[in-house]
Design a protein around this ligand. Structure first.
Ligand code: SF4
Length: 66
């Protein structure tokens, strides 16, 4: 799995960080998402998928077969 985030879409809601704190973080000043793991380990995939699904800005893109 490969993860991409679109910082321009991100509204800093922080849902991704709550769901997958090993993969996503937020910038201190404006809350915009920081991607910690471009290729997260297998055991994190379910939470990353959930984070992408609940992101209100649809700013998280996944490529499942990468
Ligand atoms: S859930 Fe989406 S909008 Fe919220 S911080 Fe994460 S990427 Fe940004």
């Amino acid at each position: 799995m490969k993860v991409r985030v679109d910082e321009d879409k991100c509204c800093g809601a922080g849902q991704c960080v709550l769901l997958a704190p090993d993969v996503f973080d937020q910038r201190e000043d404006d809350g915009i998402v920081i991607l910690l793991e471009v290729e997260p380990a297998e055991h994190l995939h379910a939470s990353v998928r959930e984070a992408a699904a609940v992101c209100p800005a649809a700013a998280i893109e996944l490529s499942e077969n990468a």
